[in-house]
Ligand binder design. Structure first.
Ligand code: UT7
Length: 334
């Protein structure tokens, strides 16, 4: 599904991110499980990940990122018309994490908000929805957050998955475009439910309610068939980036920055090779953050913006893929 390939209707007004202060390095993991820094770095590019403090919940991380994005955008929380939180690690199953964020930020009391489950594609799905709401006149300012506390839902006894993930939050404030050609040029979101089994949490939902058996068998934790996701990611991310370029009549050489989901450096190298976009144009932070699912793209975006790497008028491509399988891309003129 592709939205809005014309004049931008919305623009990212400000970005923010938050990473918990505790860092867990590959060397730390070597001490507690059968793994090596060499294996993790060579198979994924990851060197460390951030881990939330026990008292922190997703909304706490999300609020910090959101406050930074609001400040960068130069608007007040009271100006928000909608809060979208991409997450697979909500504070509670009910109500939404968005309502915790709403309360923490002190928005207008009637500001709507909801959580969005598209795993690692959560931020791009959220950006697509924000753009559509602003284009349609339903909202003026939308807060889009990607936040995950993956350390709480990974199986620390499964070395093939637990070394890959980390905690963090990223946020953007989206507002109306101003007619100067800058803004969200297009968004492209996709899903393939035939791949549900490649990446899932089998227990704890309505299909298999929480029980002693779920707990004993660790069915409330993430299971991933890494190789299946890897192969799918290379093809689908490449195609989604190529679609975003084609719809906007851009060549790979026109791209100033790719801000990708940081799941595996080898996936990104394959996408670089297949799209012909040079690797220097990919903003990479996977070595520092590991895979933070829906938080990954907005964290990387904020880091790139605050480092002064992203300049007005530049062409940015976002892309992400995760459980579902759900994936997507977006083209933004900064
Ligand atoms: O963001 C959501 C989307 N997720 C992704 O995009 C992740 C996609 N998948 C991947 O990134 C990769 O498939 C992995 C990094 C998960 C795995 O890389 P791989 O090259 O596919 O390795 P593998 O699963 O084939 O494992 C190779 C070997 C196995 O040993 P044998 O059977 O060959 O003897 C594993 O047991 O590596 C072993 N292994 C480990 N060794 C040391 C698996 N995990 C570890 C580990 N440390 N942590």
């Amino acid at each position: 599904m592709a939205g809005n390939v014309s004049e931008p209707g919305s623009r990212i007004l400000g970005t923010g991110h938050y990473l918990p202060s505790k860092i867990l390095t590959n060397q730390d993991l070597e001490k507690v499980m059968d793994t090596t820094d060499e294996w993790i770095v060579s198979r994924s590019g990851i060197r460390q990940r951030h881990i939330a403090a026990p008292e922190q919940a997703s909304s706490d991380l999300a609020t910090q990122a959101a406050q930074r994005a609001l400040e960068a955008a130069g608007i007040s929380a009271k100006d928000l018309d909608l809060i979208i939180v991409g997450t697979v690690t909500p504070d509670l199953p009910l109500p939404s994490t968005a309502m915790f964020v709403q309360r923490n930020l002190g928005t207008r009391k009637d500001c709507p908000g909801f959580d969005l489950t598209a795993a690692c594609a959560g931020f791009i799905y959220g950006l697509s929805i924000a753009d559509a709401f602003i284009r349609s006149g339903f909202a003026t300012h939308v807060l889009v957050i990607g936040v995950e506390l993956l350390s709480r839902i990974i199986n620390w006894e499964d070395r093939s998955t637990c070394v890959l993930f980390g905690d963090g939050a990223g946020a953007v404030v989206v507002g109306p475009a101003t007619g100067d050609g800058r803004g969200v040029l297009s968004t492209h979101i996709y899903g393939d439910g035939s791949m549900i089994d490649a990446l899932k949490i089998p227990g704890g939902g309505s299909r298999m309610p929480f029980s002693q058996e779920v707990l004993n068998n660790k069915l409330h934790l993430v299971q991933m068939v890494g190789v299946d996701v890897f192969k799918y990611a290379v093809k689908a991310l490449t195609a989604s980036v190529q679609t975003a370029l084609a719809k906007n009549h851009l060549a790979p050489s026109d791209v100033d920055w790719v801000i990708p989901h940081q799941a595996n450096l080898r996936i990104l190298e394959a996408v670089q090779h297949r799209t012909g976009i040079p690797k220097e144009r990919f903003f990479i932070n996977i070595d520092q953050t590991a895979n933070t699912s829906s938080a990954s793209v907005p964290i990387a975006l904020d880091q790139a913006v605050r480092a002064g790497k992203v300049l007005p008028g530049q062409s940015l491509v976002f892309c992400a893929l995760g459980g579902g399988i759900a994936w997507g891309s977006a083209l933004v003129r900064w």
